[in-house]
Write a protein that binds this ligand. Structure first.
Ligand code: SF4
Length: 66
């Protein structure tokens, strides 16, 4: 499966993909580089609002809490 075409400009991916948080790694595997990339809420947001969501919004739609 190919990677999400927004990978290069996605704030979540840029900021959190290399994070050591296992949860983020799991999301990258599932969404950004996996079977759920077309169900990504960040993608949906971008389409709906014409601009990217906050970096801390997760692919599933929830906000990451630090
Ligand atoms: S978070 Fe969503 S939009 Fe961003 S790279 Fe992953 S699948 Fe693509």
């Amino acid at each position: 499966m190919s990677n999400c075409d927004l990978l290069d400009k996605c704030g979540f991916f840029q900021k959190h993909a290399k994070s050591h948080q296992a949860a983020c790694q799991g999301l990258v595997t599932l969404y950004c580089k996996g079977p759920k990339q077309n169900e990504c809420k960040r993608k949906e947001y971008r389409k709906k609002h014409g601009q990217p969501p906050p970096d801390d919004m997760l692919p599933g739609g929830a906000m990451l809490r630090s």
